[in-house]
Design a protein around this ligand. Structure first.
Ligand code: NAP
Length: 438
């Protein structure tokens, strides 16, 4: 099996190392040796340490490499939309098999890749694109194909999980925790894709597509990042026996006409400490799957890093190589269910709302009537200041903390909007969704 490696950075270098170190085992497992035909990079002169590979294999002509007749499998670890998309479409149409770690491309235009794979007859595997080393996509697309998945809830971005875990453990604010993450190499110089939830949203789209046999793209995912999460929010969560995580949630549902739908969202949310995802700390990832027959399943491990991601890439390389040798191709994309993607306003969720209100009689009743007007039922009300004893704060204001029952997101947002306009509400200090059974 002749491999074209596109990209030789953090992941690509580990792919080269693993191919070298595991060479004999991989040959035995596949039934044929794996050989690197070429490595396409942007800069030929870049220092890549002491990679166990011939310098002559490096090229800047990726397209020329892909088009070579002696290339069977193309491994793409460059990232970004273009030129990766054009190159992979070219490779797939030419009948090569493709292994990629590119979540952004799959979420943006997975359809083009799947169609090109179907046209060319090769395989398209992308285990490394979601949750790094954790075997997750194969279980969704193979092991659970006899079951009906109802919900997938995940922590799929290590950077934000590191930041929120630090805020939880130390009481630090977002900026301080981000600084620590950057210093330790968990956050990139430009952390936007992570902290604004773009990375998690791309992964949510891939997970939802596989779990619900429906094409879900990045644009279908409701996305909110963690930049607005404050130390006070975390303290409020702790007071309720919760923590805050950036969750990706893909859930099956039914709309008002009885039609089956799927909602896909990424946002910070409070979860009770008893929830399996609450104890996922540091930069780890975990995905919680709920299925009809299998019940609850949890996948946990390292979601990023060169070696963990390369492990997933190599697993895919073994699978597609075996398929090629056997003259078969894996089942193609399964999008038969074609469920409608539900707008965020119709997603069912609970809210935790903290209000700074005037401390006078009748305030609680007025606030409660706003919730009632929007048909949002209140589960609990607590009066006091976050982290302090329940009661007045001494300067004529009081804090009200309200947790609602499940309601459509739009109704909860309208409630908060109306509360913001009330005279008796000095400010809405925190609004967070609550997930999991409290
Ligand atoms: N890093 C992780 O932990 C991780 C985890 C999961 C998934 N991924 C995914 O894996 C992919 C690669 O990530 P990475 O962290 O390894 O990236 P990286 O360290 O930035 O490496 C990118 C590689 O692509 C090459 N490259 C960039 N543009 C190119 C072009 N136009 N033509 C040819 N080569 C080009 C670069 O060449 P030069 O070396 O010459 O600059 C470099 O070797 C991305 O899709 C990422 O989302 C990464």
């Amino acid at each position: 099996m002749r491999l074209a490696l596109l990209g030789c950075g953090t992941v690509g270098q580990e792919v080269v190392r693993l191919l070298h170190e595991q060479s004999a085992d991989l040959t035995a497992r596949i039934g044929a040796p794996l050989e690197i035909a070429g490595i396409a990079v942007r800069r030929l002169g870049r220092d890549r340490g002491d990679l166990p590979v011939d310098e002559d294999l490096f090229t800047t002509d990726a397209l020329g490499l892909i088009k070579r007749d002696d290339v069977d499998v193309v491994i793409e670890v460059i990232g970004g939309i273009e030129p990766a998309r054009s190159w992979l479409v070219e490779a797939l149409r030419a009948g090569k098999s493709v292994v990629t770690a590119n979540k952004a491309l799959l979420a943006e235009d997975g359809v083009a890749l799947h169609e090109a794979a179907a046209e060319g007859g090769g395989d398209l595997y992308y285990e490394a694109s979601v949750a790094g080393a954790i075997p997750l996509l194969r279980p969704l697309r193979e092991s659970l194909h006899g079951d009906r998945i109802n919900r997938v809830t995940g922590i799929v971005n290590g950077t934000t999980n590191f930041i929120l875990s630090a805020m939880d453990a130390t009481g630090a604010g977002f900026a301080e925790a981000l600084e620590e993450a950057t210093a330790l190499g968990y956050a990139e110089a430009d952390p936007t894709a992570d902290v604004e939830g773009f990375d998690a949203a791309a992964k949510a789209a891939i997970l939802a597509s596989l779990a619900f046999h429906t094409r879900v793209g990045a644009a279908d995912v409701h996305r909110e990042g963690i930049t607005e999460v404050t130390a006070a929010d975390m303290a409020s969560a702790q007071a309720m026996g919760c923590t805050i995580k950036l969750l990706c949630i893909a859930a099956r549902g039914v709309d008002s006409t009885g039609r089956e739908t799927v909602s896909v969202r990424v946002h910070p949310a409070m979860i009770p400490r008893s929830h399996p995802l609450a104890s996922v700390g540091d930069a780890f990832n975990a995905v919680f799957v709920e299925a009809d027959a299998a019940g609850q399943l949890m996948f946990y491990g390292r979601g990023a890093g060169g070696a963990p991601t390369a492990s997933a890439v190599l697993g895919d390389v073994v699978a597609v190589s075996r398929n090629r040798l056997a003259g078969v191709r894996a089942a193609s994309e399964s999008a038969y269910a074609d469920l409608a993607v539900r707008p965020m306003g119709e997603a069912l969720t609970r809210y935790h709302v903290s209000l700074d209100v005037a401390d006078r009689p009748g305030v609680l009743a007025s606030v409660a009537s706003v919730f009632a007007r929007h048909d949002v039922s209140i589960a609990t009300v607590r009066q006091g200041s976050a982290g302090g004893p329940a009661g007045r704060d001494g300067d004529g204001d009081a804090e009200l903390v309200i947790v609602t029952h499940v309601a459509p997101d739009a109704a909860l947002a309208a409630t908060v909007g109306e509360l913001r306009g009330l005279d008796i509400v000095r400010s809405v200090t925190s609004v967070l969704r609550v997930e999991g059974d409290a």
